[in-house]
Design a protein around this ligand. Structure first.
Ligand SMILES: [Zn+2]
Length: 287
């Protein structure tokens, strides 16, 4: 069922595990993630970036697809449909289109502006029972081919934004999007500990979950991270499995060119990655 992320994340925070956010790109992606969540009896968050939203022909198309799949596949575990790194306008568009959760990423604004815009969205989301993620301290990553270092958020600013009434808070702790460079310094647990202490029960979000070593993931969860975003890793698994199928010439034998066959190995690869993450995050059987 399509629900806000509020309850699943409060339970995760209290139970010391994390719910995975897996970004979707198309029908196969969405189906693979929903089926795996159901098989693992795990709550799940489907992430949609604004770029992926455009690619999938708009937010209303996505809401229709996700609702249809939940019904057709008999998905009974809690599912949140969430805008990832939304602009102010994007967040409003998703609220209107029927998303159950949105992220407003105001981290590039001065903190006063971030607070002003986040407050407006808190009110809009509260009326409709939609969960809202805010971000403090921008999260690094590849931009125009340059990999920026992961910044660390100011714990006092985190407290200010958490107090606005958001559902969950993304705070940079040295994490970055995409693949991590070989010389990455790792997550800053001192900063995470300080943010956790200041923000109390607020579920914290770890972006850039691809390639963070397992021990760091577990430690981050123990320090209050309750939502972990995974995007690149599903893309890498899908691409590797699809490459293997074609390199083995399977698309050239029999009806191997049928898209339902051609995309099947990638689909199974996404399922395996999602299952692995749900086990690591501890959300299996927590639906
Ligand atoms: Zn992110």
């Amino acid at each position: 069922m399509l629900v806000s992320a509020k309850e699943m994340l409060e339970k995760a925070k209290a139970g010391k595990y994390a719910v995975g956010q897996f970004n979707i790109n198309n029908l196969e992606w969405t189906k693979a993630i929903l089926l795996t969540a159901q098989e693992c009896n795990s709550p799940v968050i489907l992430g949609v970036s604004e770029g992926a939203g455009k690619y999938m022909c708009g937010y209303e198309t996505i809401v229709g697809m996700v609702k249809g799949m939940i019904k057709c596949l008999n998905i009974t575990v809690p599912v949140a449909l969430h805008l990832d790194h939304g602009s102010y306008e994007g967040a409003k568009a998703c609220i209107n289109a029927g998303f159950s959760s949105v992220m407003f990423d105001g981290s590039h604004y001065p903190i006063e502006e971030n607070i002003k815009k986040t407050t407006e969205l808190v009110n809009a989301c509260n009326v409709l029972g939609i969960s809202l993620e805010a971000e403090v301290g921008s999260i690094g990553g590849e931009e125009d081919g340059v990999v920026g270092a992961g910044e660390c958020a100011d714990p006092d600013e985190c407290k200010m934004v958490a107090d606005l009434g958001v559902t969950m808070l993304a705070a940079g702790i040295g994490n970055i999007h995409g693949k991590y460079p070989a010389n990455w310094a790792g997550l800053n647990f001192d900063v995470l500990g300080a943010i956790s202490e200041k923000t109390g029960d607020m579920p914290l979000v770890l972006h850039g979950g691809t390639g963070i070593p397992e021990e760091m993931i577990k430690k981050a969860i123990s320090l209050g991270v309750s939502k972990i975003n995974v995007n690149t890793e599903c893309q890498l698994s899908f691409a590797a499995a699809t490459r293997k199928y074609i390199e083995e010439g399977k698309d050239l034998s029999g009806k191997g060119f049928d898209p339902r066959k051609l995309l099947a190995p990638g689909f199974e690869a996404i399922k395996a990655t999602v299952k692995e993450k749900m086990e690591l995050f501890g959300s299996v059987n927590k639906a």
